[in-house]
Design a protein around this ligand. Structure first.
Ligand code: GLN
Length: 542
């Protein structure tokens, strides 16, 4: 029988609840348990696919094609396990399922009510995800902050689960302890209120993870213990640290793994094994020599702040590959629009060891990215293009090598003369019917590699499987022409005959993929393409 650990957040969002869940999973796995993790997003959206990346952050895509929250990416990276559709729950998904069932007369004529029918649907989804993965532990992250109207029904589901299986359910609150500058002291009051709010939902946290900029001292530990009704040993200090990958080790310093096991009447199945992980942390912390990578995107700016959230998997993939070569990844945010307005700035790209043009949607910044790609091609700067990055690399090549000055994508120029990137036929129908949600080409597809290319050397394999999220593709009417002019078609989807990877010749590394390799990179298993990209950026021989 699986054990269920609910993790909720107190005081404010953005304090690393997802990483905490992923780290707890990592610890339990290291002690011999099978772990899976569920993300609950309380919004009405059925999935994350329809949301603006500046507002919501990256849309992560699973093998089975769900567009979900970026925390699912953290789970996959920490646990080194694939996460599937059942592990992603939103208010939209839950209501949709309940309403569909009601329309199909599956409730046998009874009045369908918010409580208990909605929490019951949540519970059945949680249990299903556990059964499917045969997990010993199901970790459930309840999105948002306690006290919010939006996540109440999920807390209600957690409470009901505890009621029916008291020995199998544990609650953890990840809370924030501010240190206001004018006071200079760490304050526990907001956390006390968070616990009270949780109490009023019928839930008493078993463990409190106290997030703050610095470690918790004994006075604060005792205060939280008394006012929040938990033993001092159940208050875990979780200060800011240099790298998120160190968090499992930090939790273990406070013996969190065994604390959880004890509360659920379990013993470790094996001695904790985090050796590889510890080696990685040492590399991360001690490496001085840098590799400088520029990411040319557009989802950075929000008011006066710069956000990195939209590209989190790309960033992590660069890091994993850099760590493999024992280098410190230095990542620079380069705004595509800048190069559009002031092309003379392109020169600065020479400062970087490599350039990534990641995925994206819509017209803004497109011409700037194309200019950047052209500069990388001509100046032999290692370049990796991802999804939109590949489409723009094809457009650049068509315009500047093949002389198709009007080359474009149907996404930006509906009736262009030379749309070398075109909408897929089945997508045309969907767009016409305004069926936008969850309808892109999504999830894992096979790709056959061409021997002798950089890609096939990187993967050391002929057939690979990678995750997609797009509506547009290289237009096959131009394929032969582009190839004749020197574009290398390095990967093809065998079923649909779609171009998945392109390369250019006589260049240290110029590879662009229609899929998103960043979704499959793991800290101890850097993605082959990112690895070879970084190798080239370091001017190392293949
Ligand atoms: N906008 C492009 C498309 O839909 C690229 C999408 C992406 O980069 N994920 O095909």
């Amino acid at each position: 029988m699986a054990k269920f650990i609910f993790v909720a957040g107190g005081v404010m969002s953005g304090i690393g609840k997802g990483i905490a869940v992923a780290s707890i999973g990592k610890i339990l796995k290291s002690k011999g348990f099978k772990v899976t993790a569920i993300k609950i997003d309380p919004y009405i959206n059925v999935d994350a696919g329809t949301m603006n990346p500046i507002e919501h952050g990256e849309v992560f895509v699973t093998d089975d094609g769900v567009e979900c929250d970026q925390d699912v990416g953290n789970y996959e990276r920490f646990l080194d396990e694939n996460i599937y559709t059942d592990n992603y729950i939103t208010t939209g998904r839950v209501y949709q399922a309940v309403i569909n069932r009601e329309r199909n007369l599956k409730y046998g004529g009874k009045c369908v009510e918010v409580v208990p029918d909605i929490p019951n649907e949540v519970i059945s989804r949680i249990k299903k995800a556990g059964r499917k993965t045969i997990a010993d532990f199901v970790l459930i992250e309840i999105g948002g902050t306690v006290g919010e109207y939006q996540n109440m029904l999920f807390l209600e589901a957690a409470r009901m689960m505890k009621l029916s299986r008291p020995k199998d359910v544990l609650f953890i609150l990840v809370s924030y302890l501010p240190i206001p500058r004018m006071i200079g002291e760490m304050k526990t009051k907001p956390t006390q209120y968070a616990v009270r709010t949780l109490n009023s939902a019928g839930i008493q946290p078993n463990i409190i993870l106290a997030r703050s900029t610095v470690p918790l001292d004994e006075i604060r530990k005792k205060k939280i213990s008394v006012f929040c009704n938990v033993a001092p040993k159940d208050v875990i200090s979780a200060p800011d640290i240099e790298t998120i990958y160190e968090i499992p080790l930090n939790f273990e310093k406070e013996n969190l793994g065994n604390l959880i096991l004890k509360k659920l009447n379990l013993r470790p199945r094996k001695k904790r094994d985090l050796k590889d992980w510890e080696v990685l942390i040492k590399i991360i912390k001690n490496t001085k020599r840098a590799v400088k990578i520029g990411i040319v995107g557009k989802y950075f700016e929000t008011g006066k702040f710069t956000l990195m959230d939209s590209y989190v998997s790309v960033i992590e993939s660069i890091k994993h590959a850099a760590y493999f070569f024992k280098r410190k990844p230095e990542i620079f945010w380069l705004s595509a629009e800048k190069y559009e307005k002031i092309p003379s700035q392109l020169k600065e790209l020479k400062k970087y060891d490599g350039i990534v043009v990641p995925g994206g949607f819509g017209l803004r910044g497109i011409e700037g990215k194309i200019k950047v790609i052209g500069f990388c091609r001509k100046n032999k700067i290692p370049f990796l293009g991802l999804c939109l990055g590949m489409q723009l690399a094809v457009i650049e090549f068509a315009r500047n090598v093949c002389g198709l000055k009007k080359a474009n994508s149907t996404e930006f120029m509906k009736k262009g003369i030379d749309n070398v990137i075109d909408v897929m036929p089945e997508q045309k129908v969907l767009l016409k019917e305004k069926k936008y949600g969850g309808t892109m080409r999504l999830g894992a597809y096979k790709c056959k590699l061409k021997p002798g290319t950089n890609s096939s050397r990187a993967y050391k394999s002929n057939i690979i499987s990678e995750r997609h999220r797009h509506r547009y593709e290289l237009n096959n009417n131009y394929r032969e022409f582009l190839e004749k002019k020197g574009l290398v078609i390095a990967g093809i989807n065998p079923e649909k005959n779609l171009v998945e990877i392109i390369e250019v010749k006589n260049h240290p590394f110029f590879v662009a993929t229609q899929f998103h390799p960043e979704f499959k990179s793991r800290p101890l298993k850097p993605h082959p393409l990112f690895k070879e990209f970084i190798r080239a950026a370091l001017r190392l021989q293949f």
